[in-house]
Ligand binder design. Structure first.
Ligand code: ATP
Length: 453
């Protein structure tokens, strides 16, 4: 069976069910900027929580950080972003559109979208010139010299400039890591493909500092760890791959970089980059800030600048990959059932509690049950519309379990527990429900789409 998912279906479901909306819609929108609605917030929060869990709870050699978005502009001078964080830009003098020069073969022409820029006789492209992707703003009331600052284009530099603080105050020694989640901003020339590439997005980055000789071993460790993270959260392994950068793709300071790629409907695309950055960042900041950024072993007096292994992921891109991987359609009793087969840990809502009818004491009992369950997990109460319609709604937001209170419940305090993926319904005592749901939530899970792929 082929995969039914398309980017259009994901965009439409996200809008219909309140995951993600185009931003400033009532004013006609603003290019490639999105707002997350209730279920989108819950889903992306779960993605980020699972990342934190993998970094902070499942291991004891990584600490957390939350650095500022606006930093001293010298940070970007030292990091090389001021001089080199550019994309090649071309303008078309005829249609007045701008394009990324290295993406022309993937972009639609401004006049004739069936062609690429430069392919029609009217196209009149300028030579490519470098365009810096950092957003500029000013601090303070006067826009004079020295007031220019930048919105950070990555969270990583906030980590490097705090290396010394963390080393001192959390009493760490290599190997150890510093992890951060936060917004980054890039004035992308051609954003697109929904939340895959936007100008404002969230990154989940971790810098792992190691003794120089150990870098290759830790690089291999993080490749395996990061791939495992996606698979354990339900991404089908045949839709995930690691791709090592060719020599000519590598940044000048990186001896090895691999991307975790996902097979989106638009083709294999980067979810996360994992790089061996050597001592580039710490050495550059040491030089520019005139600070010693190194590790000194108090016992052996050995001193060295640690090398860095960096897994850098995007929270929005990961969320999109989980949505795409979960999207499914199936025929049930002559009707198409659309559902998100999300890993229960990622599902925005874990359980929906519904009275079969809105009378005979069923809503009261269902509300009681809902109040009880929501102390343990994200739950929702729903009494509006036919039961079939309510199930369809929960299927589309990916709720793994539905609990229905019916006339029998009032007699024997049992409810029906419905499974989103198998549609199996079992009768279970109210007293056992919470524990059973928690057991299911903790259990290993694999995508039911794997069986049919
Ligand atoms: P790309 O080649 O797609 O532009 P990149 O290699 O420049 O990405 P990095 O600088 O390595 O990306 O950033 C790490 C991660 O941050 C990416 O793997 C991606 O998940 C996310 N990311 C980067 N740019 C964007 C963007 N414009 N919109 C959404 N996510 C992004």
């Amino acid at each position: 069976m082929s995969d039914v998912v398309t980017m259009e279906k994901i965009v439409s479901l996200c809008k219909r069910r309140g995951f993600i909306f185009p931003s400033s819609e009532i004013y006609g929108g603003v290019g490639s900027t999105y707002d997350y609605g209730h279920y989108g917030v819950l889903l992306k929060t779960n993605v980020k929580s699972e990342w934190w869990r993998a970094m902070l709870q499942d291991r004891d050699d990584v600490v957390a950080l939350d650095s500022a978005i606006i930093q001293n502009p010298k940070v970007w001078e030292a990091s090389g972003h001021l001089a080199g964080f550019t994309d090649p830009l071309v303008d078309c003098r005829f249609c007045k559109k701008r394009f990324r020069a290295d993406h022309l073969d993937q972009l639609p022409c401004g006049q004739k979208p069936s062609k690429h820029p430069g392919e029609t006789s009217d196209c009149d492209l300028t030579d490519a010139r470098d365009f810096n992707l950092m957003f500029e703003t000013t601090v303070g009331p006067v826009k004079d010299e020295g007031a220019t600052v930048y919105l950070r284009p990555e969270t990583a530099q906030g980590i490097f400039i705090n290396f010394k603080n963390v080393l001192q105050f959390s009493r760490r020694k290599p190997p150890f890591g510093i992890a951060q989640i936060g917004k980054s901003f890039r004035n992308e020339i051609t954003p697109g493909n929904f939340v895959f590439r936007t100008r404002e997005f969230e990154q989940m980055e971790m810098e792992f500092f190691v003794p120089p000789d150990d870098a290759p071993r830790w690089f291999a460790h993080w490749l395996a760890e990061r791939e495992r993270w996606y698979v354990e959260l339900g991404i089908r392994p045949d839709h995930l791959r690691l791709r090592a950068h060719e020599q000519d793709e590598l940044s000048h300071y990186s001896s090895a970089t691999s991307d975790v790629e996902y097979l989106f409907p638009i083709g294999w695309s980067e979810l996360e980059g994992i790089a061996d950055r050597g001592d580039f960042d710490l050495s550059r900041h040491a030089e520019h800030a005139k600070e010693k950024l190194e590790y000194v072993d108090t016992a052996t007096r050995e001193r060295y600048v640690p090398h860095v292994i960096e897994p850098a992921a995007g929270a929005d891109r990961a969320t999109l990959a989980f949505l795409v991987d979960a999207y499914d359609e199936e025929q049930v009793e002559g009707e198409t059932r659309t559902l998100l087969r999300l890993h229960p840990k990622l599902a925005p809502v874990k359980v929906a509690v519904m009275p079969l009818v809105k009378k005979d004491g069923q809503p009261e009992l269902a509300r009681e049950l809902y109040a009880d369950l929501r102390r343990r997990m994200q739950a929702e109460y729903d009494e509006g519309g036919s039961i079939g319609k309510r199930y369809r709604r929960q299927d589309e937001i990916g709720t793994p379990w539905g609990v229905t209170v019916d006339h029998q419940t009032l007699e024997d305090r049992t409810v029906t527990l419905r499974d989103r993926d198998t549609l199996e319904q079992v009768r279970i005592a109210i007293d056992e429900l919470g524990d059973e749901l928690e057991r299911r939530l903790r259990a290993d899970w694999r995508s039911p789409k794997l069986a049919v792929a």
